[in-house]
Design a binder for this molecule. Sequence first.
Ligand SMILES: *Cc1c(COP(=O)(O)O)cnc(C)c1O
Length: 223
Amino acid sequence: MNLQNFQSIKEQLNQFEHETKKRIELIAVSKKHSIDKIQHLIRAGQKNFGENYAQEGIEKIKSINNPEVSWHYIGPIQSNKASLIGTYFDWIHSIDRLKVYEKIKNQAELIDKKINFLVQVNISGEDTKSGLNISNLDDFLINIDTKSSHLIFRGVMAIPSNTNNEVQLSSEFKLMQTTFDNLKQKFSSVDTLSMGMSNDYLLALGYGATMVRIGSKIFGERA
Ligand SMILES: *Cc1c(COP(=O)(O)O)cnc(C)c1O
């Protein structure tokens, strides 16, 4: 595997951290890529990986079995897979309904595990995408236990519209930035804004992203 893109992304992020004095976390999105490639990246120093599919992700987590690695679940969650996802993943970026939240929280308590979670917000308005409508966010938060020591509320995640239009993307990122800033005021555990992928992470950083999720630019095109 060619690590050139990975190294140059790392340099960009280091540079950005240096200039802004903020921490940026890189999530290497390894869905549909082999365990060999993931191991290669782990040896190059990468510690955070993102997966979209429960079964595929869990197979990789079990097989790699490395306590130094953090696994991020970033895909849609079927409620019958929620407990399983909670058992294996360290971070869950895509909680968008109470039923799934409750199942994961129960599982975290049952096995006495700490899981970090983000609420996925639908900013694109496209109804094919998962995520909570932004106008329902406050209602959702009233119904969750933001003080839980097992399922910890860390912030919000978004996937923007599928477009290259920078004006459109910027307005969506800006809305997320405002939402994130408001949540930080209200909840002391909130410190994470997960947005930005291969084609738009530099733009997302300009709007306060603290985690970027990059797949194809690191691993190449997916099979
Ligand atoms: C696949 C995926 C990514 C990575 O996308 P790339 O364009 O390959 O960087 C990021 N976030 C989510 C939620 C994804 O499903």
